[in-house]
Each structure stands twice: as C-alpha cells, then as structure tokens.
Design a protein around this ligand. Structure first.
Ligand code: AMP
Length: 130
C-alpha cells in the first residue's frame, strides 16, 4: 500500500506543491508549525532516513537546502529550521520550518491557515525558486 506521500507525489491526493526534481518532491505541511512549513520527500518510498542509500540522502539534503533558501527569502523569520521525525508518516521527509522562536520547533503549536493562505505562501516560495 503506497504511503500518503507517495499518493501526493503521484497526484492521487492534492497538496500545495512547491517544486520537484527527478528524485524529490516538496509541498506545504497541512498542519504547519509556522506559515511556510514545508516537507521535502524522496520519491523513493523508504521509511527511515537512516535507511536511505547515501546518494539519495545527499540528493535529499541538496534539494532541501535549495527549498530552504527559497523559504528563507519568501517568509519573514529568524531562520529556517530542519528536522526529521517520521513518527506519523513512514516515508522519509525533511521538515523545513520558518522559526520565529523555539515554539515553532516543538511540533506542539500549530498554525491554522485557510486554503487561500496556503496557496499564497506556496506561490511566494515557488516564486523564489524561479
Ligand atoms: P512526522 O511523520 O511525525 O514527521 O509528521 C508527518 C507530517 O506530515 C505532519 O507534520 C503532518 O502534518 C504532515 N502531513 C500528514 N499528511 C499530510 C498531507 N496530506 N499533506 C501535507 N502534510 C501532511
């Protein structure tokens, strides 16, 4: 059974897409710690990040850096934090989180956005990748 992220990558479930390349896919987290919270996901479905082969891991990190720099340009914040958890979805993903304070890094405080706000922030990040 494909993971929810594989379904998103295949277009079977909608998302607020940021970008993709041959190996990785980025979209907004639907329950964000902060506005602009983005997930970077390898297209290859692997559960745990330490089980990714080294080449895929390095490509994921390079892709995440590129997306993270776009978030930093698009979203006012102190910096973009990077975190890998994976306790909810067993398909490797890097959380890129605009940080205003430590609160945004805890996964205990969530931001409520409506669809128009999700689409607006996604477009702002996408425009920094052009
Ligand atoms: P974790 O596996 O603990 O790193 O958390 C999984 C993350 O995926 C959470 O932050 C969820 O809000 C996010 N998530 C789950 N389903 C979706 C979805 N359909 N679209 C976007 N983000 C999702």
């Amino acid at each position: 059974m494909p993971s929810i992220f594989t379904k998103i990558i295949n277009g079977d479930i909608p998302c607020y897409k940021i970008t993709e390349d041959e190996h990785n896919f980025a979209f907004l987290d639907i329950n964000p710690n902060a506005k602009g919270h983005t997930l970077c996901v390898p297209k290859k479905e692997v559960n745990k990040i330490m089980d990714l082969d080294e080449a895929s891991y390095l490509k994921l990190m390079a892709f995440s850096r590129k997306v993270g720099k776009a978030i930093e340009s698009a979203v006012p914040c102190k910096r973009v934090g990077m975190s890998v958890i994976g306790l909810e979805v067993p398909h490797v993903h890097v959380h890129l989180i605009p940080l205003h304070s430590m609160k945004n890094a805890t996964f205990q405080h969530k931001e409520k956005l409506d669809p128009a706000e999700f689409e607006k922030i996604a477009e702002q990040i996408r425009s920094q990748l052009k």
